[in-house]
Design a protein around this ligand. Sequence first.
Ligand code: AMP
Length: 286
Amino acid sequence: MKVLTTAKEANDEVFRLRSKEKSVGFVPTLGALHEGHCALFRRSSEENDVTVASIYVNAQQFDSASDAEAYPRDFERDKKLAAESGVEVIFRPDDSEMYPSGNTTQVISNSPVTRCYEGAIRPNFFNGVTTVVSKLLNAVPADRVYFGQKDLQQYIVVRRMVKDLHFQQEIVPVPVIRDENGVAYSSRNQRLDAAGWKTAREVHKLMQEIKESASDLSRQELFRRYVPRFKKADFDLQYLDVVRFPNYDPAWPADRDAVLILAGYAGAVRLKDNLPLHVTDVAELE
Ligand code: AMP
């Protein structure tokens, strides 16, 4: 495993590989790797000769410096998991490499998708994402870059930014990876207690039930029937909605491009999830 810490080293390495006709896949992460990340690595390894992962906790996309500081870090464990899933190069910059002092440049998206749901709850989040992803895409000029549909709004905003700013990487959305109970893998899951896991499993069951009845469900019925049931499962909803992919306008559950989205708290742990109601992969809607 090659571990590179500067943008220049990462850039040189990717150009060197590409000059040898090797295709390069790239998976940006915050670390604290789990099966969801590993699925992205494996998909990249299947589709490219070499896979590069980045591990960088970008404080700009957290609500506070202390939240970023508290993010779990275990590089040796991450390195092992990444290697087992086909990663050959890790780009692991530190804060002074990513944000040299005096760095005043931000990449800001005006997409309406940055202002709703996750963007409404966390006002700096998408500016942090678009800025760091631009830096990472310049550092790692791969052929393909893999993003999880777990963070569906993020994927939509990044995909548009890539088009607007003429980044040449192809952006590949990977469907949400779930455990045997349907719970979406997330770095936060390690903080769930037994009651939290029960809620997380119940949330998935309710999402699945909504998907199964989507063709006959009005928006009103969805909220009337299901908001109390999420509450009964001890899930403290921040939002529950059905939106159209990719513009996030309100949808009817029966619409082919409808995606169920939700976020909320199971105890102290924030869960965020989504489920396309009529396809398995939003790529089918593009
Ligand atoms: P993070 O380290 O949380 O920034 O995640 C890095 C990438 O992995 C993002 O593109 C996420 O959307 C993706 N990801 C995280 N968890 C999952 C999951 N359960 N299924 C699919 N993609 C995921």
